[in-house]
Design a protein around this ligand. Sequence first.
Ligand code: TNX
Length: 527
Amino acid sequence: MKKYKLITCMLLFAGCLSAQNNLSALLPMPNQVKQIEGKKDFVISGKTTIQTNLPEDAFCIAELKDILRERTGKTLALSSSGSGSSVIRLMLDPSVKGDEHYQLSVSEGTVAIKGATQGAILYGLMTLDQILLGDVCRTLSGKIAPVEIDDQPRFGYRSLMLDPARHFLPVEDVKFYIDQMIRYKYNVLQLHLTDDQGWRIEIKKHPRLTGKGEFYTQEELKDLVHYAAERNVQIIPELDIPGHTVAVLAAYPELGCSHTDTIPKIVGETVNLMLCANNDNVYTLYKDILTEVASIFPAPYIHLGGDEAIIDANWGKCEHCRSLMKQLGYTKPTELMNYFFGKILPVVRENGKKPMLWCELDNIRMPAHEYLFDYPKDAVLITWRYGLTPLCTELTARHGNTLIMAPGEYTYLDYPQYKNDFPEFNNWGMPVTTLETTYQFDPGYGLPASQQAHIAGVNGTLWAEAMPDINRVTYMTYPRGLALAEAGWTQMEHRDWESFKKRMYPNLSELMKRGVSVRVPFEIVRY
Ligand code: TNX
């Protein structure tokens, strides 16, 4: 036992001699940091108090107490006066402009975190936690080095996407996933709730949709939304149409195209079938669905998919769709996408939401020149197809659509991160996307400011056909999710691969300590 204590002490001592400081674990790197030389450290003692103008039950207060207890072993109390020689202040301050802008200053007697919203203050807290994590020797002696941080994100939309439609994830696992996201200042979780493999959201008016499969009740989803909101994360529901809809067709086979009438619609077993464009019951069903969905999720967007619709093989062969084409004077079945979404998008708007859709191009092989259909201006598009993001960026700029960056080659977290890494979980034969590749991602593609003004942010996409549980999901997310967090938050001039690699390690250890399964990128360690 003594021997182990001695080894632990030696390791700590060696760690303290190495160049660890208050920047060592900051991730994403803040956009403005001033280390203050020659001033005394803040000392956390039994007399340190917390002062705040936040409501007493605010999540940030509980979080601050947890952080201090976990990192320093001290339990601090709230003080109403704010006087005293050692104070940690969490202050809502409208003069700090911007919803996600926070200021964190550490001086001899005060640690102050200020922001105009609770979300901004939470970011300040996450940065404080990483200061304590990185500057481990000071932290162990209850000290924090003086520093001034004034930080706000490059992009306002920083998202990860989970796919419980393919493999269901219990609510507790989704909450666990959110717990890790907030450490890296993500603020959106996109939930892909419907696909060929399952319908995961209770629709009270149409219980047949959920059938016998696993799904989230509306109560569970409302609780999840609340849990996420306390942590400054919005949940955007995705209900994929008109393709990826076998789960709907299994419940209502009559909503498919006429030539598919005899094809059995078995959840998870059939692919490439679509909802019929010329069936009013499709639109009535989705009016009901979207009305219920809008009442569960307060986020301003509902994502309607729109990806990988196999139009010619479905609508092109369907007698009802063809007669509708004739009636509308359309020459190509793809034009029916305008009709289809023309019927559905007004329902989204009537419910006070904006549509979000995957960005699809008319001809993905030729290469593409235009959108698959006339996306309305209020549709927020997500670019995803490998190699086509520069084109999507140009098109969206020209058409006036807001764009989210999720190019397969950088942000698809279901792609393998290393050659031959668990082939059984990489079912699509997708190209390897290394941590370094993800880190090199500039969501603005180096474009002049005027040509990237419509880019709202980034999304890390984790399709789950081959992700059977949360351990696999987090293994594929981290560490690439750390690289992507920095791409979304930090300006290019403050990003650096060598620096990232060093800052990543304490964060990976921290994730492991929290029971998160991660991939250790042994290939980039220098021996
Ligand atoms: C394409 S990316 C899809 C998903 C699959 C994924 C597999 C996108 C918008 N659609 O439905 O899961 O490929 O990587």
